[in-house]
Design a protein around this ligand. Structure first.
Ligand code: SAH
Length: 381
Protein backbone atom coordinates (compact mmCIF):
# COMPACT_ATOMS: atom_id res chain seq x y z
CA UNK A 1 0.00 0.00 0.00
CA UNK A 2 1.50 3.39 -0.85
CA UNK A 3 1.33 6.19 1.71
CA UNK A 4 -1.54 7.99 0.00
CA UNK A 5 -3.81 4.95 0.44
CA UNK A 6 -2.97 4.56 4.13
CA UNK A 7 -4.96 6.08 6.99
CA UNK A 8 -3.35 9.24 8.33
CA UNK A 9 -3.78 8.80 12.09
CA UNK A 10 -3.91 12.61 12.50
CA UNK A 11 -7.35 12.38 10.87
CA UNK A 12 -8.78 10.42 13.81
CA UNK A 13 -9.78 11.69 17.24
CA UNK A 14 -9.65 9.35 20.25
CA UNK A 15 -12.97 7.70 19.36
CA UNK A 16 -11.97 7.15 15.76
CA UNK A 17 -8.54 5.85 16.68
CA UNK A 18 -9.96 3.40 19.23
CA UNK A 19 -12.33 2.11 16.56
CA UNK A 20 -9.48 1.82 14.06
CA UNK A 21 -7.46 -0.26 16.53
CA UNK A 22 -10.39 -2.47 17.50
CA UNK A 23 -12.15 -2.92 14.15
CA UNK A 24 -9.37 -2.64 11.59
CA UNK A 25 -6.35 -3.98 13.45
CA UNK A 26 -8.04 -6.34 15.92
CA UNK A 27 -6.18 -4.71 18.81
CA UNK A 28 -7.13 -3.48 22.25
CA UNK A 29 -8.50 0.05 22.39
CA UNK A 30 -5.92 1.28 24.90
CA UNK A 31 -3.24 0.86 22.23
CA UNK A 32 -4.81 3.92 20.61
CA UNK A 33 -3.98 5.93 23.73
CA UNK A 34 -0.36 4.84 23.63
CA UNK A 35 -0.07 5.89 20.02
CA UNK A 36 -1.73 9.26 20.71
CA UNK A 37 0.81 9.96 23.44
CA UNK A 38 3.67 9.21 21.04
CA UNK A 39 2.19 11.50 18.42
CA UNK A 40 0.98 14.45 20.49
CA UNK A 41 3.17 14.40 23.61
CA UNK A 42 6.46 13.27 22.09
CA UNK A 43 5.98 14.42 18.49
CA UNK A 44 6.97 11.02 17.07
CA UNK A 45 5.66 10.06 13.61
CA UNK A 46 7.67 6.93 12.95
CA UNK A 47 6.04 3.73 14.28
CA UNK A 48 9.50 2.14 14.61
CA UNK A 49 10.27 4.61 17.43
CA UNK A 50 7.12 3.75 19.40
CA UNK A 51 9.01 1.42 21.69
CA UNK A 52 6.18 0.32 24.00
CA UNK A 53 4.26 -1.24 21.08
CA UNK A 54 5.01 -4.85 20.16
CA UNK A 55 6.85 -5.66 16.97
CA UNK A 56 3.75 -7.20 15.35
CA UNK A 57 1.61 -4.18 16.05
CA UNK A 58 4.26 -1.84 14.69
CA UNK A 59 4.40 -3.90 11.48
CA UNK A 60 0.59 -3.81 11.19
CA UNK A 61 0.59 -0.06 11.67
CA UNK A 62 3.32 0.45 9.10
CA UNK A 63 1.31 -1.54 6.57
CA UNK A 64 -1.97 0.31 7.12
CA UNK A 65 -1.27 3.76 8.53
CA UNK A 66 0.94 6.84 8.53
CA UNK A 67 1.36 9.84 10.80
CA UNK A 68 1.75 12.66 8.33
CA UNK A 69 1.78 16.29 9.49
CA UNK A 70 1.90 19.03 6.82
CA UNK A 71 5.36 19.98 5.52
CA UNK A 72 6.79 23.34 6.61
CA UNK A 73 7.47 25.44 3.51
CA UNK A 74 8.48 28.61 5.31
CA UNK A 75 9.35 29.22 8.93
CA UNK A 76 9.26 32.89 9.89
CA UNK A 77 10.11 34.19 13.37
CA UNK A 78 9.18 37.80 14.21
CA UNK A 79 11.18 40.27 16.30
CA UNK A 80 8.47 40.24 19.01
CA UNK A 81 8.51 36.44 19.50
CA UNK A 82 5.59 35.76 17.17
CA UNK A 83 6.22 32.88 14.79
CA UNK A 84 4.55 32.11 11.48
CA UNK A 85 4.62 28.89 9.49
CA UNK A 86 3.61 28.45 5.88
CA UNK A 87 2.44 24.84 5.63
CA UNK A 88 1.96 22.86 2.43
CA UNK A 89 -1.50 21.32 2.10
CA UNK A 90 -1.19 19.80 -1.37
CA UNK A 91 0.67 20.51 -4.61
CA UNK A 92 -1.13 23.80 -5.20
CA UNK A 93 -2.09 25.17 -1.81
CA UNK A 94 -0.52 26.37 1.41
CA UNK A 95 -1.93 27.95 4.56
CA UNK A 96 -0.49 29.89 7.50
CA UNK A 97 -0.47 29.27 11.24
CA UNK A 98 0.80 31.81 13.76
CA UNK A 99 2.11 31.39 17.31
CA UNK A 100 1.83 34.38 19.65
CA UNK A 101 3.65 34.13 23.01
CA UNK A 102 2.50 36.42 25.80
CA UNK A 103 2.89 36.68 29.56
CA UNK A 104 2.15 33.22 30.91
CA UNK A 105 0.51 31.95 27.76
CA UNK A 106 1.18 30.91 24.18
CA UNK A 107 -1.59 31.13 21.61
CA UNK A 108 -1.65 29.39 18.24
CA UNK A 109 -3.88 30.83 15.53
CA UNK A 110 -5.06 27.97 13.33
CA UNK A 111 -6.61 27.93 9.84
CA UNK A 112 -9.65 25.83 8.91
CA UNK A 113 -9.90 26.30 5.13
CA UNK A 114 -7.65 27.07 2.17
CA UNK A 115 -8.76 30.65 1.59
CA UNK A 116 -12.28 31.70 2.50
CA UNK A 117 -15.54 32.17 0.63
CA UNK A 118 -17.26 34.69 2.89
CA UNK A 119 -15.74 37.81 1.36
CA UNK A 120 -15.55 40.01 4.47
CA UNK A 121 -14.47 43.31 2.99
CA UNK A 122 -11.64 44.11 5.40
CA UNK A 123 -9.94 40.68 5.44
CA UNK A 124 -7.00 39.83 3.24
CA UNK A 125 -7.89 36.12 3.19
CA UNK A 126 -11.06 37.11 1.31
CA UNK A 127 -9.00 38.58 -1.51
CA UNK A 128 -7.39 35.16 -1.97
CA UNK A 129 -10.65 33.41 -2.83
CA UNK A 130 -11.52 29.90 -1.71
CA UNK A 131 -10.20 26.48 -2.61
CA UNK A 132 -11.31 23.80 -0.14
CA UNK A 133 -11.87 22.69 3.43
CA UNK A 134 -8.91 21.39 5.41
CA UNK A 135 -8.97 17.80 6.65
CA UNK A 136 -8.77 17.03 10.37
CA UNK A 137 -5.10 16.05 9.85
CA UNK A 138 -4.37 19.36 8.17
CA UNK A 139 -5.97 21.29 11.04
CA UNK A 140 -4.46 19.37 13.97
CA UNK A 141 -1.21 19.15 11.95
CA UNK A 142 -0.78 22.91 12.40
CA UNK A 143 -0.87 22.46 16.17
CA UNK A 144 1.48 19.48 15.88
CA UNK A 145 4.08 21.47 13.90
CA UNK A 146 4.00 24.35 16.40
CA UNK A 147 4.08 22.04 19.43
CA UNK A 148 7.08 20.16 18.07
CA UNK A 149 8.91 23.38 17.24
CA UNK A 150 8.25 24.73 20.75
CA UNK A 151 9.10 21.49 22.54
CA UNK A 152 5.62 21.53 24.09
CA UNK A 153 4.75 18.71 26.49
CA UNK A 154 1.14 18.75 27.77
CA UNK A 155 0.82 19.00 31.58
CA UNK A 156 4.61 19.40 31.98
CA UNK A 157 6.29 21.78 29.59
CA UNK A 158 3.39 23.92 28.51
CA UNK A 159 4.41 26.39 25.82
CA UNK A 160 1.26 26.16 23.82
CA UNK A 161 -1.64 26.98 26.15
CA UNK A 162 -4.36 28.31 23.83
CA UNK A 163 -5.63 27.67 20.33
CA UNK A 164 -7.84 30.09 18.44
CA UNK A 165 -9.57 29.06 15.21
CA UNK A 166 -8.95 32.54 13.82
CA UNK A 167 -6.64 31.83 10.91
CA UNK A 168 -7.75 31.48 7.32
CA UNK A 169 -11.27 30.28 6.66
CA UNK A 170 -14.67 30.00 8.34
CA UNK A 171 -14.44 27.11 10.82
CA UNK A 172 -18.20 26.51 11.03
CA UNK A 173 -18.29 25.81 7.28
CA UNK A 174 -15.90 22.92 7.89
CA UNK A 175 -17.81 21.67 10.90
CA UNK A 176 -16.94 17.98 11.30
CA UNK A 177 -13.22 18.32 10.68
CA UNK A 178 -12.94 21.35 12.95
CA UNK A 179 -14.90 19.68 15.77
CA UNK A 180 -12.75 16.54 15.50
CA UNK A 181 -9.52 18.57 15.52
CA UNK A 182 -10.72 20.60 18.52
CA UNK A 183 -11.45 17.36 20.34
CA UNK A 184 -7.81 16.25 19.85
CA UNK A 185 -6.65 19.67 21.10
CA UNK A 186 -8.57 19.13 24.36
CA UNK A 187 -7.93 15.41 24.81
CA UNK A 188 -5.51 14.46 27.60
CA UNK A 189 -3.86 12.05 25.17
CA UNK A 190 -3.80 14.87 22.62
CA UNK A 191 -2.69 18.41 23.43
CA UNK A 192 -4.53 18.49 26.76
CA UNK A 193 -5.86 22.04 26.53
CA UNK A 194 -8.70 23.21 28.76
CA UNK A 195 -12.07 23.68 27.02
CA UNK A 196 -12.08 27.40 27.53
CA UNK A 197 -8.59 27.71 26.04
CA UNK A 198 -9.79 26.53 22.66
CA UNK A 199 -11.75 29.26 20.86
CA UNK A 200 -13.73 29.04 17.68
CA UNK A 201 -14.27 32.31 15.87
CA UNK A 202 -17.14 32.64 13.40
CA UNK A 203 -18.50 35.29 11.08
CA UNK A 204 -21.94 34.20 12.33
CA UNK A 205 -23.44 31.04 10.83
CA UNK A 206 -26.50 30.85 13.05
CA UNK A 207 -27.58 27.17 12.59
CA UNK A 208 -23.99 26.01 13.03
CA UNK A 209 -23.60 27.93 16.30
CA UNK A 210 -26.55 25.91 17.62
CA UNK A 211 -25.01 22.68 16.36
CA UNK A 212 -21.71 23.56 17.98
CA UNK A 213 -23.40 24.11 21.32
CA UNK A 214 -24.69 20.53 21.16
CA UNK A 215 -21.35 18.84 20.54
CA UNK A 216 -18.61 20.99 22.01
CA UNK A 217 -17.69 23.08 25.02
CA UNK A 218 -15.19 25.39 23.41
CA UNK A 219 -15.19 29.16 23.79
CA UNK A 220 -17.06 31.10 21.16
CA UNK A 221 -15.93 34.31 19.48
CA UNK A 222 -18.19 36.12 17.05
CA UNK A 223 -16.99 38.58 14.42
CA UNK A 224 -19.48 41.42 14.78
CA UNK A 225 -17.66 44.53 13.49
CA UNK A 226 -20.78 46.69 13.26
CA UNK A 227 -23.74 47.47 15.54
CA UNK A 228 -26.41 47.75 12.82
CA UNK A 229 -27.46 45.60 9.88
CA UNK A 230 -26.78 48.11 7.10
CA UNK A 231 -23.15 48.57 8.04
CA UNK A 232 -22.59 44.92 8.98
CA UNK A 233 -23.99 43.68 5.67
CA UNK A 234 -21.55 45.97 3.90
CA UNK A 235 -18.58 44.64 5.88
CA UNK A 236 -19.63 41.01 6.40
CA UNK A 237 -21.89 39.98 3.49
CA UNK A 238 -23.02 36.88 5.44
CA UNK A 239 -25.09 39.30 7.54
CA UNK A 240 -27.68 39.40 4.77
CA UNK A 241 -28.45 35.75 5.49
CA UNK A 242 -28.10 35.91 9.27
CA UNK A 243 -28.80 39.45 10.48
CA UNK A 244 -27.64 40.77 13.84
CA UNK A 245 -30.80 39.98 15.85
CA UNK A 246 -30.77 36.32 14.75
CA UNK A 247 -27.05 36.07 15.35
CA UNK A 248 -27.24 37.52 18.85
CA UNK A 249 -30.15 35.24 19.72
CA UNK A 250 -28.00 32.26 18.71
CA UNK A 251 -25.29 33.63 21.01
CA UNK A 252 -27.81 33.88 23.83
CA UNK A 253 -28.77 30.22 23.28
CA UNK A 254 -25.09 29.22 23.26
CA UNK A 255 -24.44 31.07 26.51
CA UNK A 256 -27.55 29.61 28.19
CA UNK A 257 -26.38 26.09 27.36
CA UNK A 258 -22.92 26.75 28.78
CA UNK A 259 -23.15 28.08 32.31
CA UNK A 260 -20.22 30.33 33.22
CA UNK A 261 -19.00 30.89 29.64
CA UNK A 262 -18.73 34.30 28.14
CA UNK A 263 -18.83 35.11 24.44
CA UNK A 264 -16.30 37.42 22.86
CA UNK A 265 -17.45 39.81 20.15
CA UNK A 266 -14.67 40.84 17.80
CA UNK A 267 -14.82 44.33 16.44
CA UNK A 268 -12.19 45.43 13.93
CA UNK A 269 -11.66 49.18 14.25
CA UNK A 270 -11.65 50.99 10.91
CA UNK A 271 -11.18 54.74 10.79
CA UNK A 272 -14.38 56.59 9.98
CA UNK A 273 -16.25 53.37 9.19
CA UNK A 274 -17.37 51.80 12.47
CA UNK A 275 -15.42 53.68 15.15
CA UNK A 276 -17.65 56.67 16.04
CA UNK A 277 -19.19 57.27 19.47
CA UNK A 278 -22.65 56.45 18.07
CA UNK A 279 -21.36 53.03 17.04
CA UNK A 280 -19.96 52.42 20.53
CA UNK A 281 -23.27 53.37 22.14
CA UNK A 282 -25.27 51.10 19.82
CA UNK A 283 -22.81 48.26 20.42
CA UNK A 284 -23.07 48.68 24.20
CA UNK A 285 -26.85 48.37 23.91
CA UNK A 286 -26.57 45.10 21.98
CA UNK A 287 -24.11 43.68 24.52
CA UNK A 288 -26.25 44.64 27.48
CA UNK A 289 -29.27 43.06 25.83
CA UNK A 290 -27.41 39.73 25.67
CA UNK A 291 -26.47 39.91 29.36
CA UNK A 292 -30.09 40.70 30.23
CA UNK A 293 -31.45 37.78 28.20
CA UNK A 294 -28.93 35.31 29.62
CA UNK A 295 -29.37 36.90 33.06
CA UNK A 296 -25.66 36.87 33.71
CA UNK A 297 -23.40 39.90 33.94
CA UNK A 298 -20.45 40.07 31.54
CA UNK A 299 -21.62 37.25 29.29
CA UNK A 300 -20.91 39.45 26.28
CA UNK A 301 -17.37 40.80 26.05
CA UNK A 302 -15.90 42.98 23.36
CA UNK A 303 -12.49 42.62 21.78
CA UNK A 304 -11.46 45.65 19.76
CA UNK A 305 -8.98 44.77 17.00
CA UNK A 306 -7.11 47.66 15.39
CA UNK A 307 -7.52 47.08 11.64
CA UNK A 308 -4.45 45.49 10.06
CA UNK A 309 -3.85 46.87 6.59
CA UNK A 310 -2.89 44.82 3.53
CA UNK A 311 -2.04 45.71 -0.07
CA UNK A 312 -5.00 47.12 -1.99
CA UNK A 313 -7.38 47.61 0.95
CA UNK A 314 -9.63 50.66 1.08
CA UNK A 315 -9.73 50.73 4.90
CA UNK A 316 -7.45 52.38 7.45
CA UNK A 317 -6.73 51.56 11.07
CA UNK A 318 -8.58 53.78 13.56
CA UNK A 319 -6.36 56.24 15.40
CA UNK A 320 -5.24 55.17 18.85
CA UNK A 321 -7.27 57.92 20.58
CA UNK A 322 -10.45 56.86 18.77
CA UNK A 323 -9.95 53.29 19.88
CA UNK A 324 -9.42 54.42 23.49
CA UNK A 325 -12.51 56.65 23.39
CA UNK A 326 -14.56 53.82 21.91
CA UNK A 327 -13.32 51.45 24.62
CA UNK A 328 -14.09 53.99 27.34
CA UNK A 329 -17.66 54.46 26.12
CA UNK A 330 -18.20 50.70 26.29
CA UNK A 331 -16.53 50.35 29.69
CA UNK A 332 -18.60 53.22 31.07
CA UNK A 333 -21.69 51.41 29.84
CA UNK A 334 -20.59 48.36 31.84
CA UNK A 335 -19.32 46.23 28.94
CA UNK A 336 -16.02 44.39 29.45
CA UNK A 337 -13.87 45.59 26.58
CA UNK A 338 -10.28 44.77 25.66
CA UNK A 339 -8.10 46.20 22.93
CA UNK A 340 -6.08 43.53 21.16
CA UNK A 341 -2.42 44.34 20.85
CA UNK A 342 -1.10 43.95 17.34
CA UNK A 343 1.65 41.37 17.13
CA UNK A 344 3.86 40.00 14.41
CA UNK A 345 3.49 43.17 12.31
CA UNK A 346 6.87 42.67 10.67
CA UNK A 347 5.95 39.23 9.29
CA UNK A 348 2.34 39.97 8.25
CA UNK A 349 1.12 37.64 10.96
CA UNK A 350 -1.59 39.83 12.45
CA UNK A 351 -5.35 39.19 12.32
CA UNK A 352 -6.69 39.28 8.82
CA UNK A 353 -3.28 39.33 7.18
CA UNK A 354 -2.88 35.61 6.60
CA UNK A 355 -2.59 34.77 2.95
CA UNK A 356 -0.92 31.46 2.30
CA UNK A 357 -1.07 30.26 -1.29
CA UNK A 358 -4.54 29.61 -2.56
CA UNK A 359 -5.45 28.10 -5.93
CA UNK A 360 -8.47 30.31 -6.16
CA UNK A 361 -11.60 28.56 -7.41
CA UNK A 362 -13.82 31.58 -6.95
CA UNK A 363 -12.04 34.09 -9.22
CA UNK A 364 -11.99 36.48 -6.30
CA UNK A 365 -8.29 37.23 -6.75
CA UNK A 366 -8.90 38.53 -10.26
CA UNK A 367 -11.94 40.52 -9.11
CA UNK A 368 -10.00 42.06 -6.22
CA UNK A 369 -7.10 43.04 -8.50
CA UNK A 370 -9.49 44.62 -10.97
CA UNK A 371 -11.30 46.54 -8.21
CA UNK A 372 -8.15 47.86 -6.55
CA UNK A 373 -6.91 48.94 -9.96
CA UNK A 374 -10.13 50.91 -10.51
CA UNK A 375 -9.90 52.33 -6.98
CA UNK A 376 -6.38 53.56 -7.56
CA UNK A 377 -7.42 55.24 -10.81
CA UNK A 378 -10.34 57.04 -9.18
CA UNK A 379 -8.10 58.13 -6.32
CA UNK A 380 -5.53 59.66 -8.69
CA UNK A 381 -8.27 61.57 -10.52
N1 SAH B 1 -13.94 33.33 9.71
C1 SAH B 1 -13.76 33.48 11.11
C2 SAH B 1 -12.31 33.38 11.59
C3 SAH B 1 -11.24 34.12 10.81
S1 SAH B 1 -10.81 35.78 11.07
C4 SAH B 1 -14.38 34.75 11.59
O1 SAH B 1 -14.86 35.53 10.76
O2 SAH B 1 -14.44 34.98 12.80
C5 SAH B 1 -10.36 36.11 12.71
C6 SAH B 1 -10.72 37.55 13.11
O3 SAH B 1 -9.90 38.55 12.46
C7 SAH B 1 -12.14 37.89 12.74
O4 SAH B 1 -12.76 38.58 13.78
C8 SAH B 1 -11.94 38.80 11.55
O5 SAH B 1 -13.07 39.57 11.31
C9 SAH B 1 -10.71 39.58 11.96
N2 SAH B 1 -10.07 40.26 10.84
C10 SAH B 1 -10.13 39.96 9.53
N3 SAH B 1 -9.41 40.82 8.80
C11 SAH B 1 -8.88 41.71 9.65
C12 SAH B 1 -8.01 42.83 9.49
N4 SAH B 1 -7.54 43.19 8.29
N5 SAH B 1 -7.63 43.50 10.59
C13 SAH B 1 -8.07 43.12 11.80
N6 SAH B 1 -8.89 42.08 12.02
C14 SAH B 1 -9.29 41.38 10.95
Amino acid sequence: MDDAAKVNLLDLDRDGLERFFADELGEKRFRAHQVMKWIYHRHVCDFAEMSDLGKDLRAKLEARAVVMPPPVILDKPSADGTHKWLLGMDQANAIEAVFIPDKGRGTLCVSSQVGCGLNCQFCSTATQGFNRNLSTAEIIGQVWVAAKHLGNVPHKQRKLTNVVMMGMGEPLLNFDNVVRAMSIMRDDYGFGLANKRVTLSTAGLVPMIDRLSEVSDVSLAVSLHAPNDDLRTELVPLNKKYPIDELLDACVRYAMRKPKTSITFEYTMMQGVNDLPEHARALAKLMRRIDAKVQRANTAKVNLIPFNPFAGTRFERSEETRIRDFQKLLLDAGVLTMVRRTRGDDIDAACGQLKGQVMDKTRRQAEFKRKTHIDSITRIN
